[in-house]
Design a protein around this ligand. Structure first.
Ligand SMILES: [Zn+2]
Ligand SMILES: [Zn+2]
Length: 202
């Protein structure tokens, strides 16, 4: 039996499709994550660099048949050029403090799909240069590592925010720390998609 969903939405989850990410364990299959039911609205967001070419078809099918939204995590501004060619529902984006990376965010937004800036504090993103249409992630893996109060406080009310687990291992399938930080900061989360009902699953 799946858990009662206490988390509304988790769009930042890694699976064994992130083959080159050494933090991912073999137990993180899409089947396994589906069986846990830790959040109501879920998206899989493996690293884009491992999803190009033929493997994309299996990734896409696997993600969709299990009732997840189809995402990916993009590492550089350059990768955005290729990523927009694929039918992702949304993008998770590493925005470093470089002009080319802020341009990458603009480019992703031009698709009209949601763009989530993942763990911006850990990437060193200057939020004053991030387009306001992006969603800012409060990330469970990284948020506690820095002074999140100073980093995020000036931007509350400027951006819309989401919470993400950034799970790479089964026991990371939660947002406990991110939600604690969010509560302290007075952040209200944005819900990006409707909950997928079995009938809606393609
Ligand atoms: Zn990341
Ligand atoms: Zn990630």
């Amino acid at each position: 039996m799946a858990l009662m969903n206490t988390i509304l939405q988790d769009l930042h989850i890694h699976t064994v499709y992130s083959v080159g990410d050494s933090a991912v364990v073999p137990q993180m299959t899409i089947d396994f994550i589906a069986s846990i039911g830790h959040a109501g609205i879920r998206g899989i967001s493996d690293h884009f660099e491992y999803l190009q070419g033929e493997i994309f078809e299996s990734y896409c099918r696997d993600v969709r048949t299990h009732g997840f939204y189809l995402g990916c995590e993009i590492n550089t501004g350059e990768e955005t050029r290729e990523a927009v060619e694929y039918p992702y529902d949304y993008f998770i984006y590493h925005c470093r403090d470089r002009a080319s990376e802020y341009r990458g965010a603009e480019f992703l937004l031009s698709t009209g799909k949601p763009v989530i800036i993942s763990h911006p504090m850990a990437m060193g993103a200057d939020l004053s240069r991030v387009p306001r249409e992006c969603f800012i992630e409060i990330n469970n893996r990284y948020v506690w590592r820095g002074d999140y109060r100073s980093y995020f406080t000036p931007w509350i009310g400027e951006f819309n925010f989401v919470f993400g687990s950034d799970a790479h291992q089964p026991n990371w399938l939660n947002q406990t720390i991110a939600r604690h930080a969010g509560e302290e900061l007075g952040i209200e989360e944005s819900i990006l998609f409707p909950k997928l009902t079995p009938a809606a699953i393609r």
